[in-house]
Design a protein. Structure first.
Length: 67
């Protein structure tokens, strides 16, 4: 089940480990981290195979639990 955060962000249902996020036009890791209440470093660490400079619309990334 996905949830719209009101800022246009679509986040999958959260688990104890966090959730996932679907990349939308204009998204950056910094903006996603701020919207989700996690540090940029935590978001980067949760997505070691993702190049934050090459995000693709429709790409799913992992969002760790909020700090």
């Amino acid at each position: 089940m996905a949830t719209n955060t009101g800022g246009g962000a679509t986040v999958a249902a959260s688990t104890a480990e966090g959730g996932s996020y679907l990349i939308e036009p204009g998204d950056t890791f910094a903006r996603i981290a701020q919207q989700m209440g996690v540090s940029l470093q935590a978001l980067l660490d949760a997505n070691p195979g993702v190049d934050p400079r090459r995000l693709r619309i429709g790409q799913n990334i992992v969002v760790p639990t909020a700090e």
